[in-house]
Write a protein that binds this ligand. Sequence first.
Ligand code: E4P
Length: 214
Amino acid sequence: MKIYVDSADMAEIENGLALGLCDGVTTNPTLIAKTGKSMDAAIKDICSVVDGDVHAEVLSLDAEGIYKEGKEFAKVADNIVVKIPMCHEGLKAVKRFSDEGIKTNVTLIFSTSQAILAAKAGASNVCPFVGRLDDISSPGNELINEIVTVFDNYPTIESEIIVASIRNPLHVVEPALAGAHIFTIPGGVLAQMEKHPLTDIGIAAFLEDAKKFT
Ligand code: E4P
């Protein structure tokens, strides 16, 4: 299992690193916009502290444009993964990057058929969005179950599943039970995962009883 930090915020990323909970980082244009930095500056800052994969998302929607953007990202650091929205032109670019040994993440995956195409095109990662599916009353974890089953059925598929759009701890636990490979988790959800009310009650009770020591 790998845990990525789903953020472009350096404080969140450094917190994940300090806890040993940052095997990589995923970003997207929305997360970069929140930092107030340019895409290049944000990605360079992240790559300066993270040794694991750093996912940088292209904006182009044509294969040539995606390829050019991805090649620029790949110059920033060896650990860049080019993140490409699921689309026909994106798959063409994935194939080209795959042939050149450049890692890719096909993002915005909402169906098993999309995951199959991305994997066969040569994507290093497929990135299904559980939270956004749950938002429209379509169970996100059912998609994870299906993709895990298909990938297990065909051991020649090398793509790893990154569970994305994680909004709460169950979005980690259920896909982990299904056998997904990677979980990209926002800082707030990482903090939620630490907590249990019985742990807090237990700590308070032990400290109270410790006052009775002679
Ligand atoms: C990560 O790769 C995705 O871009 C991110 O998890 C999307 O999260 P959201 O659906 O909460 O915006």
